[in-house]
Ligand binder design. Structure first.
Ligand SMILES: [Zn+2]
Length: 416
């Protein structure tokens, strides 16, 4: 049987606004049947970009030029790099000359946490300073208005859109009062199956383990037929608040444990991951359901937030999984049913979608369009430019910066 595969790039085309003629994109691929695949640049035997099992994803550096083609090659059983073993190709466009219209900002939580290795939270004081900067730097706008105005011909101050992902209760109690004070609108994306706050997000459990005062000295785990064992008694944990997983190599046993678990759990199917999470919670002696500041909004809290005139609620799918990893039917269900359920909860149609982990393919984006959404946000560092695809909206993630640092980053992001 002839093997087939899929490869796609997002964003595609890459929109660039500066003087460089190169851009960055994220490639996602999968195939049925092949054990090992390679992604080659320009030709079946061109330079190697990445190698994986049956599916994979990787982000390029800033070197993709207009018209560059990526070949997904079946190399199972040492198949040679020939055109007959090409499973799929994707050609990436790089487009220039778009006018920068603004920026979509991504927040998750307004909270002070004991450990935050991926910088997902902004302290309330810093958030207030950031909002003051937004008021001065341009026009804070709801997502829907930014979508219309980004294509208008007239020159305007930059449109600045605030969004929140994941539906934490602190969005209502910490963020909303400050948004009100500065009269800044926001869109809040909620993963529908997490409404009610009865389940932990898996990454929050890992954060709690990183910050826990005492843990048993050993943890054993069996995943996909492999056995793992960690010793946690030395060296002593350093200040968990200081460690940033994307910037600093792990130094303590606890940090290595965290990173190992993160890498093992992220690709696991939902039910297997939940089992490991339950095991970890029991092992560490932690409560099985989240409390503040790790709790998501209840139904009542979500409705209260939704009624506020500054707030729009959007869908963040049902279960917060990487959509491109799922079968087309399951993807469609995540996209369509989350809209139906959320529209019923809110009493009006939901217009905006946000891809969990920022992951999507061209097919995913098409499903979002077919489901009746008006737009979808991704996660890649680009300003909002005239002519942007409403189903591949760029967003930049905001860190726990004070007003001065935030103002500096903002002007760098908006620079044409
Ligand atoms: Zn999310």
């Amino acid at each position: 049987m002839k093997r087939t595969g899929k490869i796609s790039a997002t964003p595609n085309p890459i929109i660039i606004s500066g003087q460089t003629r190169v851009g960055v994109t994220k490639l996602v691929w999968s195939c049925a049947g092949a054990k090992e695949v390679e992604v080659r640049i320009g030709a079946p035997d061109g330079p190697l970009f990445s190698r994986s099992g049956a599916s994979g994803q990787a982000t390029t550096g800033e070197w993709v030029t207009d018209g560059m083609t990526f070949h997904l090659q079946d190399v199972s059983g040492r198949r040679p790099l020939l055109p007959e073993h090409t499973l799929a190709t994707v050609t990436v466009g790089v487009k220039m000359d778009r006018v920068v219209r603004g920026l979509i900002l991504m927040y998750h939580r307004i909270a002070e946490l004991d450990a935050d290795p991926w910088s997902l939270s902004v302290a309330p004081g810093n958030f207030a300073e950031q909002l003051a900067v937004l008021r001065r730097a341009g026009q804070p706008a709801p997502l829907a208005r930014a979508l219309v105005e980004m294509d208008l011909e007239r020159e305007t101050d930059p449109l600045l859109v605030v969004t929140f992902d994941d539906g934490y209760a602190d969005n209502l109690y910490q963020a909303l009062p400050l948004l009100e004070e500065f009269r800044i609108p926001a869109t809040v994306f909620v993963p529908v199956n997490y409404i009610g706050g009865r389940r932990f997000f898996w990454w929050d459990v890992l954060d709690l383990l990183l910050a826990a005062a005492d843990l048993p000295s050993e943890f054993r785990l069996r995943i996909a037929g492999a056995n793992y064992r960690w010793r946690l008694d030395e060296p002593a944990p350093r200040q968990p608040r200081r460690w940033q997983a994307s910037e600093m190599p792990p130094e303590t046993a606890r940090e290595r444990f965290y990173l190992d678990l993160y890498r093992l759990l992220r690709p696991l199917p939902e039910d297997e991951r939940s089992e490991v999470i339950d095991e970890l919670l029991a092992w560490a002696g932690l409560a099985s359901a989240p409390s503040d500041p790790y709790r998501q909004m209840s139904l009542d809290e979500l409705r209260r937030l939704a009624r506020h005139p500054l707030i729009e609620i959007g869908s963040h799918a049902l279960t917060h999984r990487d959509l491109p990893d799922l079968s087309p039917n399951t993807q469609r269900d995540e996209i369509e049913r989350s809209r139906t359920l959320l529209s019923r909860i809110l009493g009006h149609p939901v217009r905006s979608f946000c891809y969990p982990y920022g992951s999507f393919t061209a097919e995913t984006a098409q499903m979002v369009r077919d489901a009746g959404y008006a737009c979808a946000c991704g996660h890649f560092v680009q300003p909002l430019a005239a002519g942007a695809d409403p189903y591949q909206l760029p967003r930049v993630m905001v860190g726990n910066w004070n007003g001065e640092e935030f103002a500096r980053r903002l002007s760098a992001w908006l620079r044409p």
